[in-house]
Design a protein around this ligand. Sequence first.
Ligand SMILES: Cc1cc2nc3c(=O)[nH]c(=O)nc-3n(C[C@H](O)[C@H](O)[C@H](O)COP(=O)(O)OP(=O)(O)OC[C@H]3O[C@@H](n4cnc5c(N)ncnc54)[C@H](O)[C@@H]3O)c2cc1C
Length: 392
Amino acid sequence: MDLTLSSQELAFRDELRAWLIGNIPKDWVKALSATHGQREHFEFLRAWQRKIYEGGWAGISWPKEYGGRGAGLMEQVILTEEMARAGAPQMPGILGLALVGPTLIACGTDAQKRRYLSKILSGEEIWCQGFSEPNAGSDLAALRTEARLEEGHFVVTGQKVWTSYGWASDWCELVVRTDPNVPKHKGLTVLLVDMHSPGVEVRPLRQMTGETEFNELFFEKVKVPVENVVGKVGDGWNVALGTLMHERATLGAGVQITYKRNFDRLLEVARELGRTADPIIRQKLAQSYAEIEIMRLNQMRAYSRINQSGVPGPEGSIQKIFWSEVNQRFQQVAQEVLGPYGQLSKGAPGVFDEGQWSYGYLRARGNTIEAGTSEIQRLILGHFVLGLPKSY
Ligand SMILES: Cc1cc2nc3c(=O)[nH]c(=O)nc-3n(C[C@H](O)[C@H](O)[C@H](O)COP(=O)(O)OP(=O)(O)OC[C@H]3O[C@@H](n4cnc5c(N)ncnc54)[C@H](O)[C@@H]3O)c2cc1C
C-alpha cells in the first residue's frame, strides 16, 4: 500500500481536522463519564452522531444516494485517525454503522436501502443485533427463535440474549429459523424487526460494570412484513455471516478512537503520579503504544480488503483477536500505573477520572467474548486462512 496522502486526501484531512476542532464538545469525557450507561449519556452521543452526519462525515464509503460520501479507503483511514487524534466521542449507532448498514448495502433491496440507510447514519434510528440465544452463541446456527409465514407476515416467537443497546434500539437485525426441517444452517432467515412492534419485550441485564448495556429480547407472536426479509428466505446464514465479518473487520476502527484517547490520558496520569520513572512501567506503556499502533495498521489492511473485493475477508478475525486482547492488556497496565486509584468506581469518595479506569478494566473482560470469542476467531483463521482441518 502507498500510504502517502495525495493533495486531494490532504485537503480532506485538513477540512476534517478544522471541522473537528470547531465541533467536538468541550470537556465531554469528564461530563459524560458520570452518566455511563444511562439514557442521558446515550442522547448526548446521539446528538454528536447527528452533528457528524450533518457535517457530511458519516458513512464515508457509503453510496452518495443513501446519504454517504462515496469516498474510498484512505478517507476512511483518515477519518478514524483524525477522530482518534482529536479525542472525539464515539458514535452510539455503532451497530447500525458497522454491521447493519454494510449488510443492507450488500444484500438489501433498493427500497430497504432508501428506507433505512440515511437514518442509520444520522442516528435517528438505532439498531441492535439479535443473533445470540441462550443455547446459540458460538454455534449460532443452533438458534431456535422461529418465524412462521402467515397471511403476508412472518410471525416471530422466541428469545435472544446479550443484545447490546437493545434498550435504546428502534430496529433489530434478527436471525430466525424459518424452516425447521432442513439442516440447521439452511433453515435461517434475516429479518428487520421494528422494536416498537406489539409482542417485543426488552429486559436489561446488569453487567459487572454496574451498567445495563445488553439485554434479553423476548418475541411473542411479533408480526414482521415479508418485505423486511434481507436477502432470500432460507439464506439467513450467509447474510448473518456477512454481518459478522463486517463486525470483525470494522469494529476495530471505532474502538481504536477510544484506545488512543485512553492511552494518551494514561500517559498524562502516569507523568502526574511520577510513575514514568519506573522502568517496568515505561516498558509497559511503550508496549501498549506499539500495540495500539499495530491495531491501526491492521485496520488499514481490513479496510483495504473491503475496498478491493467489496466484502471483508476472514483476516478480519486477526483484528478482532487483536483489539480485544490489546485492550485487556492495556487495562491491566492502567491498573498497575494507577495503583489503588484505578479501583475506585464512579461516585466513590476521591474517585479518579470519574471511575473510568475501574469501568474500563471490568468492561474489557467481555471484549474477548463479544463479536465471537477468541477461540472462535482462531478457529476461523486456522481453517479459512491457514487451511487447517475444521475442529468440529
Ligand atoms: C459485551 C458483549 C456484548 C454482546 N453483544 C451482543 C449483541 O449485540 N448481539 C448478539 O447477538 N450477541 C451479543 N453478544 C453475545 C456473544 O456474541 C456471545 O456471547 C458469543 O458469541 C459466545 O457465545 P456464548 O456466550 O453462547 O458462549 P458459548 O458459545 O457457549 O462458548 C462458551 C466457551 O466455549 C468456547 N467454545 C465454544 N465453541 C467452541 C469451539 N467450537 N471450539 C473451541 N472453543 C469453543 C467459547 O470460546 C467460550 O470460551 C455479546 C456478548 C458480550 C460479552
